[in-house]
Design a protein around this ligand. Structure first.
Ligand code: BGP
Length: 480
């Protein structure tokens, strides 16, 4: 990538990183926390370690915040663990859990780091699941509303940026992988009921935030994967549009406009799907006006025509970290995905495509005209400590430089971007690959096979990022 000028980032642009409670905290059964469904899910992903220790952030949050300060962070996006706040069905609050987040928030604020807090990042408490059998029961909407209100009441005096549900679209698209499809007998149809229930949870969170948090702002967190047509064949373009609808636009339209799009209504009709929309639901959704979009973007996709009558093929994620194991899906009559010959890939076959970042920001700006913040973007890799005691991650530096540069170009294009929070600050557990797939600016000394001393070692990318953010996006670390 060649840079011919330095784009300007706005004053007050927030620079930081991201995490999720279940992937970073550990201490899953400490401090009054009870188990969540994703804890159990993580135990089944062998040969990878589970999340019982993770990066041990629960015990080392002060050390972690000190490192953020050293790096120059002005924001930190993390999630609250529902079962740490409300550990059981009696709805009794857990003072130790509340104290943990109060301490973390106070520590951040004391160092001028703005907390950006996700309410739900894949971690439904086991007690909710036991009581209601999972996401299909509408009682969850009230439980979630209660939990969100507790968070707003406890932390809303200091936390002004809130995020509702992390990657609802991905949870619906990859239900098995993220544990949402548990207890479903007909996932193809029931996922749309669950999706509707999640939309109602999201709407309740938005409404409660505006009611309870003075100057509070809240937005959803879609997982965004730009989709390019494989060729200029018109049918490939329609396939790309279908893929875009079925993996992200359906969700974003609802968040922004407060109603289901004609596309999804037609899709339900064609497939005889009843999402179980009840009187009053759409009024509630319409009332929930979001303040911004928080966007997670790692990679891009290529779509091509999938003719009717061709063989159905489900998408297969690369779960091993051995290149070439991703299975491209074929959904007859809708779309197929294909490799992109113009980009490199990671060991998990994720496309390394910085332009996707600019594409996403332009697309979202054009469609929704709302401020945006990046809440995830990063490079997952196999890594270890080098003989000199450091961790050298030149590919991550290249990845981040190229991605952030494209954000700068999107800002020049007119996009209102207010923050960049990469994934992740310390190494933490991957959704399916334990510690084998590392994303951190800071190495955490532990492995899937053995729990080591968990000491923190800033990687080369930490120092590179630090220079960039302390100069508000001017010091790129090499000649431009
Ligand atoms: C996002 C999730 C994160 C995170 C990231 C990387 O979709 O919001 O929780 O894990 O992806 O994914 P993975 O850990 O599978 O590489």
């Amino acid at each position: 990538m060649y840079y011919n000028h330095k784009p300007k980032f706005p004053d007050g642009f927030m620079w930081g990183a991201s995490s999720a409670a279940w992937q970073v905290e550990g201490a899953t059964l400490e401090g009054g926390r009870t188990q969540s469904v994703i804890d159990l899910n993580s135990q089944t992903k062998k040969p990878y370690t589970d999340n019982s220790i993770a990066a041990d952030h629960y015990h080392r949050y002060k050390e972690d915040v000190n490192l953020m300060v050293e790096c120059g962070f002005t924001s930190y996006r993390f999630s609250i663990s529902w079962s740490r706040i409300i550990p059981n069905a009696e709805r009794k609050l857990n003072p130790e859990g509340i104290a943990f987040y109060n301490n973390l928030i106070n520590e951040l604020i004391a160092h001028n780091i703005t907390p950006i807090v996700t309410l739900y990042h894949y971690d439904m408490p086991c007690w909710v699941e036991e009581k209601y059998g999972g996401w299909l029961d509408r009682h969850i909407i009230d439980e979630f509303d209660y939990y969100c209100r507790v968070c707003f009441e406890q932390f809303g005096d200091r936390v002004k940026y809130w995020l509702s549900i992390n990657e609802q679209n991905m949870q619906i698209c990859y239900g098995d992988w993220l544990g949402v499809s548990k207890n479903c007998t007909d996932w193809f149809r029931q996922k749309w009921m669950i999706n509707h229930i999640m939309n109602l949870c999201h709407a309740k969170a938005v409404i409660a935030c505006h009611e309870l948090v003075e100057d509070g702002k809240i937005g959803p967190v879609p997982g965004y994967v730009p989709i390019y047509p494989e060729s200029c064949k018109p049918e490939d373009q329609i396939a790309a549009m279908n893929a875009e609808e079925l993996t992200q636009k359906i969700w974003n339209d609802l968040y922004a406009y407060g109603e289901y799009s004609e596309f999804v209504k037609k899709y339900w009709k064609e497939h005889e799907i009843d999402p179980d929309i009840r009187p009053g639901d759409m009024e509630l959704i319409a009332q929930a006006k979001i303040d911004f979009f928080a966007l997670n973007c790692y990679r891009s996709n290529v779509a091509k025509e999938a003719k009717m009558g061709t063989q159905y093929q489900e998408l297969g994620l690369n779960k091993s970290g051995r290149k070439g194991e991703f299975v491209y899906p074929n959904y007859p009559g809708e779309y197929a995905l294909a490799p992109n010959p113009y980009v490199q890939t990671t060991d998990w076959d994720w496309e390394i495509d910085p332009v996707a970042m600019r594409y996403m920001l332009r697309y979202m700006n054009d469609h929704y005209h709302l401020p945006m913040m990046i809440t995830e973007n990063g490079y997952g890799a196999h890594e270890s400590i080098a003989e000199d005691g450091h961790v050298h991650d030149p590919k991550r530096v290249d990845f981040l430089r190229d991605q952030i540069y494209q954000i700068g170009l999107a800002i020049e294009d007119g996009c209102d971007v207010i923050a960049y929070n990469l994934w992740s600050f310390t190494d933490l557990l991957s959704t399916g690959n334990g510690m084998a797939k590392r994303y951190g600016l800071v190495y955490v000394n532990t492995t899937d096979e053995e729990v080591l001393d968990l000491r923190r070692i800033p990687k080369d990318s930490f120092y590179w990022y630090s220079r960039l953010i302390k100069s508000n996006g001017q010091d790129w670390g090499k000649e431009m």
